[in-house]
Write a protein that binds this ligand. Structure first.
Ligand code: NAD
Ligand code: GLY
Length: 353
């Protein structure tokens, strides 16, 4: 078992990573305030893991809700269902919301926890690779709007993140690969050594080698925890975690939420962001080769220039109508800038087509 800490003063919290943690292998009791909790999961994950989570909550009064599955349900309406459930169970300020599932469940459950009674305790139990390496850590919660990804939300740090790597055994291959996109992101934005490790170990990750997966999860969480500790609310540096996301979010929104998985859209988006950077061709090719070896797309779908620009115009990094992108100086060295080659952006988004 590995334990890391997200250092945020009196709101610091552990990320616990290991095999066999569900089924009672780790006591969540000390991270649950009061004596009742609501486990928020979905109709796919609840039948697999809800019963396994109960021994970790021994002695507590546990209610649960299973949301419909899919990115298309990451909406205000779904959050309303969680709020209705909290009211129905007469939840109070001591109630804990526990998210059991992937990034969709984590984001919408976290947002409900942020809003109910102006904020209740929240614990993350992520069950996808993407949620284990990214979405469960850092406190961004929220839902999509038809006009843009994650447009509505709140910061709400969890009290603990419990990552049982055994849950990946049931994760479909396509979802595992989507999670690898965010793993590659960390190497690209802040850790050239990790990027090189991924180049050497991607075949093991795709084949679900347990030790490789644990290392990739741990290193990804270390990178994210460090960035979040430095800039919790994205006043500056945290935005590097959005490498590839300005393009990726536009792909998700333009294709219809759920058509392209988040990780797939980010993969193609990272190539576009690398092409917009002043990066030597050989480094763009290294990134492309790594993404290909993870079985992820490197080309975006066909989207009209106007749709690209309209979707990206709703990006949260926009400042005074000016798009800003996360760009690379080098593999492992990223920055956020509005100073990019506009003609290159036109090219990438098919302005001439
Ligand atoms: P997801 O939550 O839709 O899960 C993917 C699929 O896997 C779903 O069908 C789910 O039911 C299923 N599933 C989950 N765990 C399983 C398991 N162990 N076995 C079998 N099936 C399982 O998708 P995701 O990739 O986990 O998350 C994507 C979402 O995360 C996006 O909405 C994205 O915007 C968000 N996100 C948020 C942050 C953040 O900081 N809050 C960061 C990155 C991504
Ligand atoms: N996934 C981007 C962030 O957490 O800031």
């Amino acid at each position: 078992m590995h334990q890391l800490q997200v250092e945020l003063g009196d709101r610091s919290y552990p990320i616990v990573i290991g095999s066999g943690l569900l089924g009672g292998g780790f006591d969540l009791g000390e991270y649950v305030c009061g004596d009742d909790c609501l486990v928020v999961s979905n109709e796919t994950v609840a039948p697999l893991y809800l019963d396994k989570l109960l021994p970790n909550l021994g002695g507590l009064s546990v209610d649960s809700i299973a949301l419909p599955d899919g990115e298309a349900y990451k909406t205000v309406e779904t959050m309303q269902c969680i709020l209705d459930k909290l009211v129905a169970m007469r939840g109070n300020r001591d109630t804990t919301v526990i998210a059991l599932g992937g990034g969709v469940v984590g984001d919408v459950a976290g947002f409900a926890a942020a809003c109910y009674m102006r904020g209740v305790n929240f614990v993350q139990v992520p069950t996808t690779l993407l949620a284990q390496v990214d979405s469960s850590v850092g406190g961004k919660t929220g839902v999509n709007h038809p006009q843009g990804k994650n447009l509505v939300g709140a910061f709400r740090q969890p009290r603990a993140v419990l990552i049982d790597t055994d849950t990946l055994d049931t994760l479909p291959d396509r979802e595992l690969r989507a999670g690898l996109a965010e793993v590659i992101k960390y190497g690209a934005i802040c850790d050239a050594g990790f990027f090189a490790w991924l180049e050497d170990n991607m075949s093991g990750l795709v084949a679900r080698d347990a030790d490789s997966l644990v290392y990739a999860i741990r290193r990804s969480c270390e990178c994210k925890a460090a960035v979040v500790a430095e800039d919790e609310r994205e006043a500056g540096r945290r935005a590097i975690l959005n490498f590839g996301h300005t393009f990726g979010h536009a792909i998700e929104r333009c294709q219809g939420y759920g058509e392209w998985l988040h990780g797939e859209a980010v993969a193609a988006g990272m190539i576009m962001a690398a092409q917009l950077s002043n990066l030597p061709d050989r480094d763009v090719e290294r990134l492309r080769a790594l993404i290909v070896s993870a079985g992820l797309p490197v080309e975006p779908p066909v989207i009209g220039h106007g749709d690209w620009m309209s979707a990206m115009g709703m990006d949260k990094k926009v400042q005074g109508k000016q798009l800003r992108f996360v760009l690379l100086n080098d593999i492992g060295d990223s920055f956020v800038s509005a100073d990019y080659d506009a003609a290159r952006l036109d090219d990438l988004t098919g302005a001439a087509a």
